[in-house]
Ligand binder design. Sequence first.
Ligand code: SAH
Ligand code: SF4
Ligand code: F3S
Length: 439
Amino acid sequence: MNAAAKVFLDSYGCQMNLYDSELVCSLLRSEDYLITYDYREADIILINTCSVREHAEQRAIGRLRSFGSLKKNKPRLILGVLGCMAERLGEKMKEVVPDVNLVLGPAAYRDLPRLLDEQLNGHNGQFITAQSNPGENYSGIRPDRREGVNAFVSIMRGCDNFCSYCIVPYVRGRERSRSPEEIISEVQDAVKCGFPEVTLLGQNVNSYRWQDVSFPDLLGAVAEVEGLKRLRFVTSHPRDLSYDLITCMAKGGVICPSLHLPAQSGSDHTLKRMNRGYTRGQYLEKVRKLRDFIPRITLTTDLLCGFPGETEDDFQETLDLIREVEYDDAFTFKYSVREGTQAAEMNDDVPENVKIERLERMIALTRKTADSSRKNMIGKIVEVLIENPSPKSALEWQGRTACGRVALVPGDFQRGEIIPVKVEEVRGFSLWGNKTTDN
Ligand code: SAH
Ligand code: SF4
Ligand code: F3S
């Protein structure tokens, strides 16, 4: 019955969700569903959602409502919600968007083909939510990747950190690691399929553990995979970033000299109530070690402003931290209350206009440190992994340096090539320069 059924899948949220969407495509294709990139020809529309901030949920709800309205002309259309919002709202999803037929959280996707079969076989119009399997790590399923140069490989799922503002541990469940054998074999597959770069994924990769294998052990082993050109990983929790990991990164090779190290705040008072498990001093000490051992490392971060009880002085300490670390890039957010988290019990006392104004100041300052970090690259020779033709000029290609900076290079290249480039200018958020034969 499902032979000709076409599925359109739209994804929001973090890299984990993108990876999960690739798992979902793989599960569906193995049951003969067809994936379409045009929602107008779809029999089934699935939205993989994010719950991390109120705004992320609102966007997904808007999208679901607009797809729901297609049912007027296509009553047999099946509309499904996947991902973190599906897990958070469950049955309640029906009240928010009455057109929804199917609600499946991130640990329930193995049931998706079967549930879609049921809907297609005459139960169309029913509303179904599936139980999440708490230990699910999708062992044995290979993601169905779209073309590109980077392949995501999940090394673990869930999170046990319970940072007080964060919904992730509630929607993604307890932390569980995948076996090194399975991870390495997935990386080998990705390389064979033509992906020169791999990014290992986990909410806190530093707490990866499989028997006596720690994250630095795993990283070292993955780095040995033949043919792999670049290896990255996200996210590192500053509390768990170990000396072993720093020395492993310092060996270089395919391991890229860049690290995403979310600070969230520069104030000890705030960090404590965020339940982050480190102080500003401990964070800065790790930054110093990283820069000592890996001098050309780029550091990026996530920063949160307007957390309950954050005073202007606390916020100034965050600005100071940005100045001190001179981040190469940063993702900045204003605090959004997530029902059920510890912080939701605190008084959300920073007025909205103050949150917005702090966010603007944080953006301006991180933009400044990022700009000067890019300008410091002028005159240097970098290795650029070519990704795609430049969206702005038919005469240039776009790629990334090992440090993760976007670079534009005039000429004609092939996706996946690594070329030496002399940086001549900064254009917006990108480096610009010609291919060079200098050393
Ligand atoms: N596991 C990763 C990231 C998880 S979510 C980590 O620990 O860094 C990505 C980012 O969203 C977080 O780093 C945080 O800055 C932001 N975030 C999480 N909860 C939020 C909330 N309630 N309001 C605003 N931003 C939030
Ligand atoms: Fe959320 Fe903290 Fe876990 Fe990151 S480490 S996902 S911020 S609870
Ligand atoms: Fe990722 Fe959003 Fe879920 S950040 S883990 S998709 S809540």
